[in-house]
Design a protein around this ligand. Structure first.
Ligand SMILES: Cc1cc2nc3c(=O)[nH]c(=O)nc-3n(C[C@H](O)[C@H](O)[C@H](O)COP(=O)(O)OP(=O)(O)OC[C@H]3O[C@@H](n4cnc5c(N)ncnc54)[C@H](O)[C@@H]3O)c2cc1C
Length: 234
């Protein structure tokens, strides 16, 4: 399969970067084609703005998603967006590899979502969840945290990890139609010893070698809702 790894860490020697490199090597070792978008190394521009459109459908008032739709059709999106979109459409599996920042992704990755998940291709109209433009692709988060494992879950101080990551897991990846695999999580990374970090690397390698047995997380299907998106009686 084709794998895109979108990596967002500002330090090439970081543990998160080690996870990225391990994924690249492991998946290539299994015969998969792998591309890596190392966002900091690429000096990726995360800011969605008028500069993203060489030609404007409406030059007087910027409606970003509308211009995305027109720009995607006319192939006039900014070259950096088009390059990432081509990689995304090529991929069967997309891995997002990053440290948790403020219960979420670093801004540079948020800006990748904003600019690359183009309206009209990845979603639009009633094309979302199981009808999204990216159906048939899988997504996996590989995240590092400062927090400890017992701080997450029902009744834990921060609540369930899937709730924390809902805007990404559900609002972004599942929304655009991707089958979202349970995240891989390395807890408390800066504060544990080298052996414990090596264990995480081993666990991640094991997980990557058996991805085909992973069950995606459950999200709504449009057939469960009426025309106006009210839930149908079960
Ligand atoms: C703005 C901001 C917001 C944050 N918000 C949150 C939050 O909401 N929740 C939360 O839990 N945390 C939060 N954090 C903490 C952050 O998520 C963690 O610091 C980060 O995930 C740790 O991963 P890292 O890759 O950066 O570790 P690093 O600090 O890069 O690495 C930790 C150690 O691992 C070593 N290492 C590197 N490679 C290897 C290897 N191959 N094998 C073994 N060891 C290796 C490094 O040398 C280093 O000593 C936040 C941090 C910032 C800066």
């Amino acid at each position: 399969m084709n794998v895109l790894i979108v990596h967002a860490h500002n330090e090439p020697q970081s543990f998160s970067s080690a996870l990225c490199q391990l994924a690249e090597e492991t998946l290539q070792g299994q015969g998969h084609a792998v591309q890596v978008s190392d966002l900091y190394a690429m000096n990726w521009n995360p800011v969605a703005s008028a500069a993203d459109f060489a030609e404007r459908a409406n030059p007087d008032y910027l409606v970003y998603a509308l211009e995305q739709r027109e720009g995607a059709k006319a192939k006039t999106l900014a070259a950096d967006i088009q390059g990432e979109l081509d990689k995304l459409l090529w991929a069967d599996l997309v891995i997002f590899n990053f440290p948790i920042y403020w219960f979420s992704a670093p801004a540079i990755l948020k800006g990748w979502f904003d600019r690359v998940l183009v309206s009209g291709i990845c979603y639009g109209g009633k094309r979302f969840y199981d009808q999204g433009g990216l159906t048939g692709k899988q997504a996996l988060l590989s995240v590092t945290l400062g927090g400890r494992e017992h701080m997450f879950g029902e009744g834990a101080i921060h609540g369930p990890l899937e709730d924390m990551l809902r805007p990404i897991l559900r609002g972004t990846l599942a929304y655009t139609g991707m089958a979202v695999l349970p995240p891989f999580v390395a807890w408390h990374v800066p504060y544990i010893g080298n052996d414990a970090r090596q264990d995480f690397l081993r666990q991640y390698q094991e997980r990557l070698q058996h991805l085909q047995s992973d069950q995606p997380l459950a999200f709504p299907r449009l057939e469960q809702f009426d025309e106006r998106l009210y839930p149908l009686p079960r």
